[in-house]
Design a binder for this molecule. Structure first.
Ligand code: SAM
Length: 299
């Protein structure tokens, strides 16, 4: 455990001290761009714990240096071996306090930590939340799309077929969809969303909390036109897509109805091709269901 000589900090006139923290794992949110977006409790925790687990020591050291905090850092990520988690759990068993941070935002949200938190809970140790910045919620609160129900789905798979399957699964979710995306794939993802979800209202939130922060709103087609006309697309991006129109949803025949109709008229191969085209669903999904329906029929 750190030998805490009650170190005092003064930030913007607010004084806080590094008190010994209660034993446990602290999931600490850090800024998503603007270094001022960190809570006093987060700073106090980072200054007080015995060890900080981070994705990249250089990124976290920069944040700590900005606030004059000295701390022991160790790298933890999704590739960290089970033996490291065992070592950390043993450390917690000795009464240690450990913070988990990611490069930006809230740990575990499209960031490492899920296995660690699960293992620490299973071992019976405390897991504390030190809440703060998160790109998905920040984008949602400013995009002007429905906020009563939202569905966060992180990054879409990179491979085309898997992306399409994922979007098919999301097509009828009655919620604003929130996706993380890299600037390199923004146009591709807007196109895929348009092709599978239809030309819904949407928003692209870019560089939130930073100097070139912007949120562009419009239909998916309008967003495509806006970003396709730019010389280059840079920065960190959240895409939000409005829920499906209830009236449209009611008019969508379910897969079984259209498949049964097509199968009654055509060969399985042709029926699958027809339904894939008319519903916009992934061929794999339609094919799998067509085989099931055929097998059910032949029993
Ligand atoms: N844990 C983080 C959180 O709580 O938001 C997210 C980490 S994830 C690896 C990084 C992605 O979050 C980026 O690719 C981008 O999609 C989104 N993101 C992070 N910071 C952002 C910002 N300042 N503006 C817009 N999107 C951001």
């Amino acid at each position: 455990m750190k030998d805490n000589l009650l170190h005092h900090y003064c930030i913007d006139g607010v004084v806080f001290s590094a008190d010994p923290a209660n034993p446990g794992l602290y999931c600490v949110a850090t800024p998503i761009g603007n270094l001022a977006d960190i809570t006093l409790r987060a700073l106090k925790t980072l200054a007080s714990v015995d060890l900080i687990l981070c994705e990249d020591t250089r990124v976290t050291r920069r944040l700590l240096t900005h606030y004059g905090i000295r701390a022991r850092l160790e790298v933890y990520n999704d590739h960290s071996p089970a033996s490291l988690r065992e070592k950390l759990i043993a450390h917690l068993g000795e009464g240690a306090s450990i913070a988990l941070v990611s490069d930006a935002g809230t740990p575990l949200i499209s960031d490492p930590g899920y296995r660690l938190v699960t293992a620490v809970r299973k071992a019976g140790h405390n897991v504390f939340s030190i809440p703060g910045a998160n790109a998905a919620v920040s984008a949602l609160s400013t995009a002007g799309l429905p906020t009563d129900t939202f569905f966060f789905t992180g990054f879409l798979p990179v491979k085309k077929a898997a992306r399409k399957t994922r979007l098919d699964e999301l097509k009828h979710v009655p919620a604003t969809l929130i996706l993380y995306e890299s600037p390199r794939r923004l146009l591709l993802t807007i196109t895929d969303c348009h092709d599978v979800l239809g030309n819904r209202q949407a928003a692209v939130a870019r560089e939130l909390t930073k100097a070139f922060e912007e949120t562009v709103t419009g239909t998916l087609l309008e967003l495509y036109e806006d970003f396709a006309a730019r010389d280059q697309i840079k920065g960190e991006i959240v895409i939000l897509v409005a829920p499906p129109d209830e009236a449209d949803e009611e008019n969508v025949p379910d897969l079984d109805t259209v498949l049964k109709d097509a199968l009654s008229r055509r060969t399985l191969k042709d029926a699958v091709a027809e339904v894939t085209k008319t519903t916009g669903l992934a061929r794999k999904t339609v094919y799998r269901r067509a085989l099931e329906l055929r097998d059910e029929n032949s029993q």
